[in-house]
Write a protein that binds this ligand. Sequence first.
Ligand code: AMO
Length: 432
Amino acid sequence: MDDRTYTADAEPGEEVTVAGWVHEIRDLGGIGFLILRDTAGRIQVKFEKEEMDDDLVATGLDAARESVISVTGVVEEEPRAPTGVEVSPEAIEVVAPADTELPLDPSGKVDAELSTRLDNRTLDLRREEGQAVFEVRAEMLRAVRTAFRAADATEINTPKIVATGTEGGTELFPITYFGQEAFMNQSPQLFKQLVAGSNVERVFEIGPIFRAEEHNTPRHINEATSIDFEGAFCDHEDAMDVCEDVVVAAYEAVADNCGRQLEALGLEAFEPPETPFPRLTYEEAIERINATGALDEQLTWGDDLPTEGEKALGDDVGGHYFITDWPAEIKPFYIMNHEDGERSTGFDLMHPRMELVSGGQREHRREHLIEGFERQGLDPEAFEYYTKMFRYGMPPHAGWGLGAERLLMTMLDLDNIREAVLFPRDRQRLSP
Ligand code: AMO
């Protein structure tokens, strides 16, 4: 539709054709108003019944809410209209009528359950807030890509159908691949390392990860989007620097370019997090958690941090922070340990509400790596394609994985991670 004008661009004095959805109709007797909504905003269409053709008035004022219509008319200044202008219509076409009964109210006046919203995502995304979340998501990912390019990283895409898993602790989804057992990939971990070991050196990927986790929580989904980085000649400190830059760049871009969306979400006071992010060792973290008294039992070396512990520490720190030097025994085989063999180079980036990132320096010494596989109960033979490349000059390297939905969820203070995904996959939801 070449001759279509967005509602936000309609200037007084022009003849325009605007097209979009019927947001609202107010019939006041001699006069009636139709609010037309498109991606750019809304515009009022005014019907003066005495002066206008009856068919034209009926087509406009009898249209069911959410029908798609196209209106041609002259734009006039009208200070009382919501956007200061209105269209005096000359022609109206109902392009696609809507049923009069809607499963949810896109004007947002009536609240709907999350499950009803997810079942009817198209209608849900017609709500200003729904659209805003995904506009922010797009801007966040654009900024992440730009920040990676500025850090000399190359975007890669690695297979999502794989022969073996890598992330212990979460289950795999099995599939049948030409009669052979295969899995949906839990992480691009091994592939990104294999590419970082080539001349490409610094890589990033933004893609799906699949986790057959049983738990049903507001911060877990079974198909998530992982933002991954891997850099040759990087140690864990360098990897944390890149991580901090990427996260801050995402916030800054959203602050600079998403004013309208933030306003729709009630986040006018949005600000990028303060830097540098504090770096606490695991030992300091458990001491601080113990000191808050939030847990019934004191944490000791080697314990995973329970959710309430993370929350208490998050409240104590008050912003983004890293936890470094995790016990070697609770980090995966590919993470390099410090010389003492007790502590690892593994780190997590935490938002006060939850974990956003895991990363670390990688074990690039083949013999140590193979020992790690065995310690974790994995068969090194099954990973031959990976360990083999460590024979041909694998540089020291480090990287991390950041959950895109968790970044968006914490950035926009969403209650449930499902709000940050268009069509979430969880224990109950496989469609749409
Ligand atoms: P990890 O398993 O900690 O590390 O995952 C990295 C980040 O991905 C996000 N994430 C999830 N988000 C929503 N739902 C899930 N089920 C889910 N699982 C993970 C989180 C998490 O912090 N290979 C390593 C990364 C690395 O070392 O480079 C890994 O996958 O935000």
